[in-house]
Design a protein around this ligand. Structure first.
Ligand SMILES: C[S@@+](CC[C@H](N)C(=O)[O-])C[C@H]1O[C@@H](n2cnc3c(N)ncnc32)[C@H](O)[C@@H]1O
Length: 390
């Protein structure tokens, strides 16, 4: 979409067309809808309106439905935007640390996923975006949602940062060939991120960022939403937690665990319960901190399963009662599945070279009951724990 077409979509006539397209989208065949709309409007404007309608329908996955219905997107901008729960968490943490009204620059603001929540959190925020159309979309979003935020089209690396109490930066991690994993290939690159982290900043990074890339004195926070790891953010200057190097935060609860809660590795024999830590806890290297919270220990020093003697209610791990412990022997497992009448079998594995799909097929589940097999190493030997979710 050209910026001029996007501007035309925001005139009263364009807005009426978009409202018509959005109302009919999903109820009417898209091809027929396009043909009908093109009878009265320019083809490029109809194409832009249909793209917006499609993206608004999709955007309920990331944004509150009431916002998604009013926002504007580009395909890339939508895909790179921060999910609302994560953006809100980050904005609340920043506002809490900096105080109401503090001036913040959102460098690389994209279509404004973070920008909107920073403004809503009461910060005085300026979004900086290099791409012309993306900057126009961000400006349209703050206007559509009634958020007090400014958007400036500029190269973030040339912005004078002295006027801001803190900067937020979410570098682009996509290139022409999809996702970029090398931080040096981020746009702006890692060298710029390091410059920002030398002052007061919050930088969003890929959850797989190697721990050794994180500079000293910077806190790395891994965030999951409903058990799925969504991102990591690096907090520096006054924004880092006191002496905290690694943190796992779980949304929507906001439960948080840090390396300061970590007593270090405790390995113990299998108890009656097994716990599978949340992905953010694992990425943050805080499995032993999660174990300590429930009086448990690791089954194996290098595997992210925790065992304990008692059932515990913890947000940091999913718990299972261990019903049976079987050696990893496919024939014996097939017999067990037959004798127990297991027809629906979930296979989980960690620390063993087992392919869950192959194992499931090999044991031929046929019966009425459902069961979970957790294949892992117990006392050095491949073992199957028959586990019942708590
Ligand atoms: C990951 S997206 C930001 C998403 C945003 N946080 C959100 O929630 O919508 C990164 C953005 O950085 C922009 N960008 C890349 N290099 C830039 C630079 N040097 N200056 C300003 N923006 C830049 C890209 O155009 C892209 O829109």
């Amino acid at each position: 979409m050209q910026t001029a077409t996007f501007d035309a979509l925001r005139t009263p006539a364009g807005a009426a067309l978009l409202a018509q397209a959005s109302a009919a989208y999903g109820r009417e065949d898209e091809f027929a809808l396009g043909t009908r709309l093109r009878r009265e409007h320019q083809p490029d404007l109809v194409a832009a309106a249909l793209t917006q309608a499609r993206l608004r329908a999709r955007a309920v996955d990331k944004f509150a439905p009431a916002d998604a219905a009013r926002m504007f997107f580009t395909v890339d901008g939508y895909e790179q935007a921060t999910r609302v729960a994560v953006a809100r968490h980050r904005a609340a943490r920043l506002a809490g640390a900096l105080g109401p009204g503090a001036a913040v620059a959102d460098l690389c603001c994209g279509i404004g996923g973070d920008l909107v929540e920073l403004g809503r959190a009461g910060l005085t925020v300026t979004g900086i975006e290099a791409d012309e159309l993306t900057a126009a979309v961000a400006a349209a979003n703050v206007a559509a949602l009634g958020v007090a935020a400014q958007v400036v089209r500029a190269d973030a690396t040339t912005v004078d940062r002295a006027a801001y109490a803190a900067v937020v930066c979410d570098p682009a991690r996509r290139g022409g060939r999809g996702r970029v994993f090398d931080p040096d290939a981020y746009r702006p690159p890692w060298s710029f991120v390091l410059e920002l982290l030398a002052r007061t900043a919050c930088v969003k990074v890929a959850p797989g960022l190697p721990h050794e890339r994180i500079p000293g004195g910077v806190e790395a926070e891994w965030v999951s939403e409903r058990g799925e790891v969504k991102e990591a953010a690096l907090w520096s200057g006054g924004l880092a937690g006191d002496g905290v190097e690694r943190r796992a935060t779980l949304l929507p609860s906001g439960a948080t665990l840090t390396d300061r809660d970590d007593p270090g590795p405790v390995v113990r024999p299998l108890g009656g319960y097994l716990y599978e830590p949340d992905g953010a806890v694992i990425r943050a290297g805080l499995v032993t901190a999660a174990a300590a919270r429930i009086g448990g220990g690791l089954l194996d020093p290098s595997i992210a399963y925790v065992t304990a003697d008692a059932a515990a209610d913890t947000p940091f791990a999913r718990g299972y009662r261990v019903l049976d412990t079987l050696p990893y022997d496919v024939k014996a497992l097939r017999r067990y599945v037959r004798e127990q009448g297991i027809g629906v079998l979930t296979v989980k594995k960690r620390g063993v070279g087992v392919e869950p799909e192959k194992l499931r097929a090999a044991v031929r589940p046929r019966g009425e009951r459902s069961a979970t097999f957790v294949v892992t190493r117990v006392a050095g030997a491949a073992t199957v724990l028959v586990a019942d979710p708590l």
